[in-house]
Design a protein around this ligand. Sequence first.
Ligand code: ADP
Length: 415
Amino acid sequence: MSEHASSEHASRLVLVINCGSSSIKFALVDEQRSGFVLHGLADRLGSDEAWLRWQHGDGSSSRQERALGQADPRQAMEALLPVVRECAGDRLTAVGHRVVHGGEHFTAACRIDDATRQAIQDAAALAPLHNPANLMGIEAATALFPQLPHIAVFDTAFHQSMPAYAYRYAIPEALYAEQRVRRYGFHGTSHRYVTDEAARMTGLSPADSGWLSAHLGNGCSTCAVQAGASRDTSMGFTPLEGLVMGTRSGDVDPNLHGFLGRTLGWSLEKIDTVLNRESGLLGLSGLSNDMRELEQARSQGHDGATLAIEVFCYRLAKSLASLCCALTRLDGVIFTGGIGENSPLIRATTIAHLSMLGLALDDEANQRCVRGVAGAIEKTSTPIHVLVVPTDEERQIAMESLACLDADSPTERGT
Ligand code: ADP
């Protein structure tokens, strides 16, 4: 911990980094103040037109930007360093890195050292697009901030509390033991944040409450959380399993692969592309993967958009209903992510399918909770809450990073 962090008065700042293959999202989080001190994005990295854009959270400046030429992630990190330094002064205490896949190794946030790097590398076979990019960000940031502690926070770690009956597929045991084929789940940082917030908003103890959370962005997943722990989730071995998403199909019959290969001669790569990039809302509507656009088209009578929204909501409700099996009590259903936080239509259509559970919405409250407004939207006469909770993955990563530092005893399995 830095000198500053141990002082009584100064609140600590954490730089949160989410490094993808062609972009770096970053945010400077103050442990004691909501919002961001600074946030920004370096994108189109590796092309001829890389850009760095940033904004101070206090409204003291408009958005600023700088062309980065052909910058790679390391060069982009070098460009954002002075901006972060100037803003953070000596209060920067740690760097928290979002890492997509921790396999079975990581059950919580973990301080980055050689063993952690190796374990992230080992999990790269499970997330070949994401983990190498996350590691690249870790290398670049540790080279630039060598004096600071760096912490990895994993999308999968929260779901490591799932029981084996929820995470195992009914396939030969050797595929689990030798190839690590099992359900992992993703969006763990978001599900954890919104269920903690839901307990706080309703005055319930996280240790003594049960929630169903629906994270609905471009990727979508549901999660059952009891006593602060994930008990089951809709995404599986990869983020393709489960709900209908922007361009991902979600669940399909596993025999579909064989059928498409035999009848159309499609390769595995082609099938992979179709199910991950050309399906979901985009595939069903034939129009767009963007929910705003689909709602607009539906209001003008577009059949594909209407069907895509119907399938999306029905499959979401079905997933929420099935996840009740993972709970012994249900205190509330939570909507979050760009769609969950902003679409009264999607919330109303989904909850209408769940009247068997005694869920019903207050129309006025449902309309009111958009653009960052959190709140309860259930009819007051119903026993189960329905909540809109804006997610804040950066804050969750920052707080888990600080908790990891404070405990200074990362909880890892097998190490
Ligand atoms: P990501 O998963 O990339 O972080 P977001 O959480 O930002 O994505 O969610 C993006 C989705 O949220 C898009 O489908 C977008 O159309 C949808 N969305 C954003 N605002 C609205 C709105 N007002 N009504 C309906 N959908 C919305």
